[in-house]
Unconditional design. Structure first.
Length: 250
């Protein structure tokens, strides 16, 4: 019996990561659902995967831990027999202005976003190369592209995500011989739940919507559909790309 198409999604207990798991779930799929500490949320996502006909397992750990990326890949391989898709979603946003950034604060963004992606790619690429239609998809962000006086700036996050996008392009070249594609999805303003992001007031969200040509915030499902395409066997001739899912935001 052939093994299931095996998928690892980091930062998958809620938001975009959870939506990616739901979009990728189905019969003959197995998903390793990673979260730093939200075990209840991750288990709810795993149950949704099972309800869709797939199998799922939850693994906890801090993605900034240098040992965790390799441990995630090893768990997927040991539990499901291989690895075909990696969605690197785990991370966080830091809006500290440049003048107030400390070395420790900047390093936290690098560790959690850029170094974590590099370590995950290094661990996953040899295993993906043996997979079926292997895919690596990183979640970047509009903050690496949109710099305006009327927008909140995330300097450390922007630097880390820009680094991720550069690594995506380099990895795409290195992995091409094995048939592994490497791409990124850069979401725009994306609501995390039905009420949007609590860090901004309703007036601030109205101002954001006014700048988005499609007139609304994105949803995790919007982003997940883009990820699902790039992770699909049908996206075999798309690599080294950054797909912006932002409603036309510039």
């Amino acid at each position: 019996m052939p093994r299931p198409r095996t998928i690892l999604v980091t930062g998958a207990a809620s938001g975009i990561g959870a939506a990616c798991c739901r979009a990728l779930a189905g019969p003959e799929t197995a998903i390793l659902v990673h979260t730093r500490r939200n075990a209840a949320g991750a288990e709810a996502v795993a149950e949704a995967v099972r309800a869709a006909g797939g199998v799922a397992e939850v693994m906890l750990g801090d993605i900034a831990d240098p040992a965790l990326p390799a441990a995630l890949v090893a768990r997927a391989e040991a539990r499901f027999g291989g690895l075909d898709v990696v969605v690197a979603n785990a991370g966080f946003a830091d809006r500290t202005p440049v003048a107030a950034l400390t070395e420790a604060g900047f390093a936290q963004s690098m560790d959690t976003v850029l170094w974590a992606f590099l370590r995950l790619a290094q661990a996953a690429m040899p295993v993906l190369a043996r997979g079926e239609a292997p895919r690596l998809v990183a979640i970047s962000s509009f903050v690496a592209h949109v710099f305006r006086t009327d927008a909140t700036i995330f300097p450390a996050t922007a630097a880390a995500k820009a680094g991720v996008e550069a690594l995506v392009r380099a990895l795409a070249v290195e992995a091409a011989a094995s048939g592994t594609t490497v791409n990124a999805v850069a979401p725009g303003f994306t609501q995390k739940d039905a009420t949007g992001h609590s860090a901004m007031t309703p007036a601030q969200w109205d101002a954001v919507r006014a700048r988005i040509p499609l007139g609304r915030l994105g949803t995790p499902a919007d982003v997940a559909q883009a990820v699902a395409y790039l992770a699909s066997p049908g996206a075999g001739y798309v690599t080294g790309q950054v797909l912006h899912v932002n409603g036309g935001l510039i």
